[in-house]
Structures are given as C-alpha cells and as structure tokens.
Ligand binder design. Structure first.
Ligand code: SF4
Ligand code: SF4
Length: 175
C-alpha cells in the first residue's frame, strides 16, 4: 500500500557507461548550482542587514513600570511557576515606608533573574502574570562567550524610566 505518491519503483538494471562515469549526474548537479546564481538569494548579510521580525516574535523580557514609574511586579511568583524551563528566580521583599514611589504594591521582587540560556521564549511567564508586569519584547538577547552574561537581573530587565515611548524596543507582544 502506498502512503504517498512520492515513492519510486527501484529497478535493478545495469548502469550504462555514462551512468558509471557519473557524467549526467554531475552535469545536472552543476546546472542546478548555476541556476541558483541567478535566483534571489535566501541569505542576508547579517548583522549589517536584518530581517523584519514577525509581529509575534518573542525576545528579551522587560519588567514594566506603571505610568507613575513604579514597578508593577509584586513577586507573586506565578511566572516562575509557569516557566517550563525553570529559568526565573525571584526573591520577594516587603515595601518599606517611603518606597511607595518605587513599587506599586506592598510586595516587590528584590531579586528577579532570568537565565536566558534556559529560556525558550515561550511567553508563558507573560501569560501567567496577573500584574501586567512581564512582557517579551522584540529585542534580541545578544550573543556572548560568557555564561554569566546570560543571567539577566533587574538591572537589565526593569524598563528604564522614561522609555515607554520606545515602541520598537519595548513594544509589548501582548496587546
Ligand atoms: S519565556 Fe518561557 S521559558 Fe522563558 S522565562 Fe518565560 S516562561 Fe520561562
Ligand atoms: S512578573 Fe508578574 S507573575 Fe512574575 S512575579 Fe511579578 S507579578 Fe508575579
């Protein structure tokens, strides 16, 4: 029984002289190679040239601030629990008096780390967050020879103050 129409019947016949010299196969292979010289190239000169990302592309995370510049994250840990790669580490802390301008609610993350080598950019942390705090942006995680460079702490994750008007870098994937 045939599952597809792509199967070929193999004939056990003797090869001709030309076939034994592989000349037709080499010529047809060269013709295919030559024809590609005149076709539009599939490759680009990265990093000078960059492709347009899909609108659902998920890159580096950002921990959002609210419109008053306070961190949205309340260190509930739902993102860490939902992360299939166990890439997120959080330490929660209590907001002290006088810190109301820094953190939106009574609890905040004194440590929030994402291991970008473990992360598979699935976006589940973003889906799980009840506080609109973590988003995956269109920003690439840059390459590095050092494993330490891939542990992103709050210094790299929290949205810098006054950057909400940066649509390319900090545009949320979730509308
Ligand atoms: S994008 Fe996925 S893998 Fe990466 S930190 Fe979020 S939940 Fe974990
Ligand atoms: S980013 Fe969201 S889900 Fe994760 S700890 Fe903060 S508030 Fe909770």
């Amino acid at each position: 029984m045939q599952l597809t129409n792509r199967s070929k019947v193999v004939v056990d016949k003797n090869m001709t002289l030309m076939e034994r010299m592989y000349v037709p196969a080499i010529v047809s292979g060269m013709l295919i190679t030559l024809s590609h010289l005149f076709k539009k190239k599939a490759t680009i000169q990265y990093p000078e040239q960059q492709r347009e990302f899909s609108f659902v592309y998920r890159g580096k995370h950002i921990l959002k601030r609210d419109e008053q510049g306070r961190e949205n994250c309340t260190a509930c840990g739902l993102c860490a629990v939902s992360c299939p790669a166990e890439a997120i580490t959080i330490i929660a802390d209590e907001r002290k008096k006088g810190e109301e301008h820094l953190y939106k609610e009574e609890k905040y993350a004194s440590l929030y780390e994402i291991n970008m080598l473990r992360c598979i950019f699935c976006g589940l942390c973003e889906e799980a967050c009840p506080k609109d705090a973590v988003y995956l942006t269109e920003e690439l995680v840059p390459a590095s020879y050092n494993r330490k460079d891939f542990i992103y702490g709050k210094d790299k994750l929290v949205q810098p103050l006054g950057t909400s008007a940066h649509p390319k870098t900090y545009k949320p994937y979730k509308k």
